[in-house]
Design a protein around this ligand. Structure first.
Ligand code: AMP
Length: 425
């Protein structure tokens, strides 16, 4: 059996130390993206891949990257040989863990750096250079400006979740970083969605790239069952509590559009006797890491997260993902439900939708080309059937500068035409 396991990855061109590490992880068959990506990266080609979390994309770029790096001279003196940029600390940490696991039989130095933690230990660690450095753009730029690293020897650059990096406003940092790297290097770009701005970035960055698609662009994974419960905005916390209890769901990831809404939901569940926690950008890195670890270990039954905090979190085969509210951006629906129905395991994506969200819903259904099946829950039938759409400007900083508190307030208030926080757009 082990021989067969080894050969599937070896046949793609990976050497023994990496094949062995993959076998230890228990992977039997390369995922579709890995089948295409690994040989191309080994050949030195640029790659542009539409792939979201759950497709095996991380191994898709990490395995061949390590294979290439192991044949060259090791890093030294603040030199970075391969750089992986990620939008969030969580994703950076996760990719870093993958690099360490896949490289455990190799003599390569890898490191992870992100903001929100002390910079000095990072500077000290990087003195000897890094064969692979996984980083968020802001902190990396800081380190470069402090002379802690050199990017003029970068051989391979990976932009992971590039769409999210642009959404988060990292484009200027990325451009500054690109200017510090040598012209001759291999570029790999991964993105769940391909907007015009991603294509523009890709155009300036990639040289005749191999274009890959892990799932059809902007399409949800086919093993996910979608379900929509219409309800009033104000009753969502009670409905979710009821759904979790009455269905006996063991592990639920809940998405909230606002930090305040995430906190409030976690509190409601805790009061109902369910182990729940919220993660979002206002929580310290320690609190986020603890909550995530608790959820992964099964100590937390419910994790309530904002889109940014949840981005790229690798949680296996979650049976249930709930949208407490619909995301501002239709593409985020696809990102969110990427957490369920993985690797052939069926999953359920449940959305609680109020009248104020009907425009958002229409956008999502148009994007994924599926009408979400509606199902009212007895005792929670909506009383408000039409309402002006939500003002989304308080969302995640893309809008016109209203605070998240205003958005959270709207979220609670039953809609009526007089609600001074709602307005037509
Ligand atoms: P990713 O899409 O990179 O976030 O990976 C999703 C999950 O799939 C990770 O937890 C990987 O450990 C796992 N994985 C990656 N490649 C394979 C494979 N070939 N077989 C089974 N699991 C895999």
């Amino acid at each position: 059996m082990d021989g067969a396991v080894a050969s599937a990855f070896a046949e793609l061109g990976l050497g023994q130390p990496i094949v062995q590490a993959v076998a230890v992880k228990g992977y039997t068959i390369p995922s579709p993206i890995q089948l295409q990506c690994i040989p191309a990266v080994l050949e030195g080609r640029d790659v542009m891949a539409a792939a979201q979390t759950g497709t095996g994309k991380t191994a898709g770029f990490t395995l061949p990257m390590l294979e290439r790096l192991r044949h060259g001279p090791s890093a030294r003196d603040r030199v970075v040989r391969a750089l992986v940029l990620t939008p969030t600390r969580e994703l950076a940490a996760q990719v870093g863990e993958n690099v360490a696991a896949y490289g455990c039989y190799l003599d390569l130095r890898s490191d992870v750096v992100f903001g929100g933690v002390k910079v000095n230990p990072q500077i000290n660690r990087l003195r000897a250079g890094a064969d692979v450095l996984v980083a968020t753009p802001g902190r990396l730029l800081d380190l470069q400006q402090q002379g802690a690293i050199r990017l003029d020897r970068v051989e391979i650059l990976v932009l992971d979740e590039a769409d999210r990096m642009l959404d988060m406003g990292f484009i200027r940092d990325i451009r500054k970083l690109l200017a510090l790297m040598p012209e001759r290097r291999q570029n790999l770009l991964f993105s769940a969605t391909f907007s015009a701005s991603i294509r523009a970035l890709a155009h300036g960055l990639l040289h005749s790239p191999l274009q890959l698609q892990a799932t059809p662009e902007n399409q949800a994974a086919p093993t996910v069952e979608h379900l929509l419960h219409p309800c009033d905005m104000a009753r969502k916390p009670a409905l979710l509590t009821h759904l979790i209890a009455s269905n006996g769901w063991e592990q639920v990831l809940v998405f909230s559009r606002t930090k305040h809404g995430a906190n409030r939901m976690a509190e409601t569940l805790t009061q109902a006797g369910m182990a729940a926690s919220a993660i979002h950008g206002n929580k310290s890195q320690g609190a986020r890491t603890r909550a995530l670890a608790g959820f992964k270990a099964g100590e937390l039954r419910v994790l309530v997260a904002t889109d940014l905090a949840a981005r790229g979190i690798d949680i296996h085969q979650l049976p249930h993902v709930v949208n407490l509210d619909l995301p501002n951006q239709a593409e985020d629906y696809v990102h969110r439900i990427g957490r369920t129905g993985r690797a052939g395991h069926p999953g359920q994506a449940i959305s609680l939708v109020a009248a104020e969200e009907h425009e958002l819903l229409a956008g999502i259904e148009k994007l994924i080309g599926v009408r979400l099946p509606r199902q009212e829950v007895s005792g929670f039938e909506p009383t408000i059937l039409s309402a002006p759409p939500l003002d989304l400007s308080g969302g995640r900083g893309k809008g016109r500068g209203r605070g998240p508190a205003a958005a959270a307030g709207r979220q609670r208030r039953p809609a009526n035409g007089n609600n001074r926080h709602t307005r037509n757009r």
